[in-house]
Design a protein around this ligand. Structure first.
Ligand code: ATP
Ligand code: MN
Length: 251
């Protein structure tokens, strides 16, 4: 009918605009119809006003800067279903009571992954850990608070000169303790997944974070402690992996 035709036409125009935009030129081939539809839905629902350039093009996901409502900036993380290592993703969903009964279908796993990242960000924020505020998910797309300013995305901990490593370390271990107390382990914590913004540390990339029910959660936690402690040892601090682990798990 007419309304459906109008809707189709609007969607085509939206898609054409995105595809023509310079910032999407390189990536256009990786966006399938369903991803365009998801981006369109996010625009219609008022979470995104206009798409900006890529912040990062990773192995499994691309992150874009975009304009949200009321002139705010948002970050849009788009998982590429076909590039996703879904076997590994499925392993990270194991034991998570929030995703019980998930089948083995690739698409379902990626979609659960995005919901998991959103839920992890919510839980971390509630636990008092500074993370990008999650805003919305649609299929393989996550919209969240943009961490950065006019000059660009916030720099990773590994990209800046850490003025006061002792303070930064104390904040990091407190974040890790709060996450653990809230029942989650980041699982990929290092100077690459923590950024510096407005004098604060902000933990990012919580997609792979698992609940403490996960059979390997202890291994992941130990690895996180090793990464974080060794980064701060390189900053001149005298900290051990074991002391950090003890601090984080101390009830
Ligand atoms: P990688 O494989 O490189 O770890 P990833 O696909 O797991 O990447 P993220 O780590 O979540 O994705 O994001 C990649 C990069 O995009 C980050 O290192 C950071 O610089 C930037 N980024 C992610 N989220 C945000 C955000 N909310 N605001 C600003 N920049 C962000
Ligand atoms: Mn990352």
């Amino acid at each position: 009918d007419r309304i459906a035709r109008k809707r189709d036409r609007e969607f085509s125009q939206f898609r054409e605009r995105l595809t023509d935009a310079d910032q999407f030129k390189v990536e256009q081939s990786v966006f399938d119809d369903a991803t365009f539809a998801a981006l369109y839905k996010l625009v219609q629902d008022g979470h995104v006003d206009a798409f900006g350039g890529p912040i990062s093009t990773g192995k499994e996901a691309n992150v874009y800067q975009a304009l949200g409502p009321d002139e705010t900036d948002v970050a849009v993380k788009v998982y590429r279903i076909n590039a996703s290592n879904f076997r590994q993703m499925r392993d990270y969903l194991e034991g998570d009571p929030r995703f019980e009964g998930l089948g083995g279908k690739k698409k379902d796993v990626v979609l659960a992954w995005v919901k998991k990242e959103y839920a992890n960000l919510k839980r971390a924020k509630r636990a008092g850990v500074r993370v990008p505020e999650p805003i919305a998910t649609e299929r393989n797309v996550l919209v969240m608070e943009y961490i950065g300013d006019e000059t660009g995305r916030a720099k990773r901990l590994g990209e800046v000169h850490v003025e006061n490593p002792q303070t930064a370390f104390e904040v990091m271990r407190e974040y890790m303790r709060r996450l653990y107390a809230a029942g989650i382990v980041h699982g990929d914590l290092s100077e690459y997944n923590v950024v510096f913004h407005d004098g604060q540390l902000v933990v990012i990339d919580l997609g792979q974070a698992v609940t403490v029910h996960h059979p390997n959660s202890r291994d992941f936690l130990e690895r996180d402690c090793t990464n974080v402690a060794s980064f701060f040892r390189r900053q001149g601090l005298d900290v051990s992996d074991d002391d950090l682990l003890a601090f984080v798990t101390d009830p």
